[in-house]
Write a protein that binds this ligand. Sequence first.
Ligand code: PLP
Length: 351
Amino acid sequence: VFKDQGPAALQYSVTEGFGPLREWVAQRYRSRGAKATADDVVITAGSQQGIDLAAKILLEPGAVVVTENPSYLAALQAFQASEATIVPVESDDEGIRVDQLAQVLATQPVRMIYVVPTFSNPKGLTLSLTRRQALVALADAYRVPVLEDDPYGELRYSGEELPPIAALDRSGMVISLGTFSKTLAPGLRIGWMLAPKAFKQHVVVAKQSADLHSSSISQRAVIELFETFDYDAHVTRLRDAYRPRRDAMLEAIERYFPAGTRFTRPMGGLFVWVELPSGLGASALFEAAIAEKVAFVPGAPFYPRQPNPHTLRLNFSNRPVELIEEGIRRLGTATRQGSQGRSEIRSERAV
Ligand SMILES: Cc1ncc(COP(=O)(O)O)c(C=O)c1O
């Protein structure tokens, strides 16, 4: 980029983002069934900025935003910064419970529905096609925007590809976010938003006041990279590298965790969500696990309201199979320090 496009890469640029990159993103959505043009795309500083901008244009103090329960922590933080009221809706193996969502929509003035529909953070679950269709029908009926946050959709290890929610939208109610953070590098800080016309101009104004535009150098570097680097082949390599790690983690949990443990079986993404048998608190397990040199993320902060203290999020992408097996074995050993767990649960309830 410096060699051939130095002056342009170092100058201020348009808020919407670098044209060829916006076209690349639009093409990607088109290939997955969405009607998208470069005009509908805004390049953002990661998908996190997309969440923040959506919160800025749609929420205000007291406005109701629906999320899954549990949901992505930094999205909850963005909604809390807008002083919105977060209404959590349960999710099961097919993703967010659209029947419960329908009840909330019928009784409360919802401003936005936020979902991580594919290999969610933190549970690793995927919204089924039937529920995706039900969700867009509800959004249309109640005229409530859906914020689809999809950083993990490319990382599928098993099961059928599903269309993004944006591809099912016929009434311009779905804003869709994506990112290169999980496939190229999070440090690039390059993500995108596909926004229907009614929202896009507001997003551009909000982004202008946030940071004028995303890094020209990073945006151009990505497009330059794609001249010589097969992105799809790279994503396939990632899938092939992560699949055995997921399998190893699921097998090890089955082998080493105590009877009564429940856990998700993700078809992609990075996370497995574990619910320990009652009597075992994740915070106490964390202490014992750190002593065994194993780290995980306790589940409680992912709940907008009442946390489930028995939950934890595990990540399988970053370590080789042997270390995953060993880590889960040590975690299993740590769960047997049960009495510590019980006292921890009492103290969590007390606060
Ligand atoms: C669900 C979800 N949304 C957004 C993000 C933020 O990603 P980015 O690096 O694209 O801002 C993450 C990162 O972990 C995430 O899990």
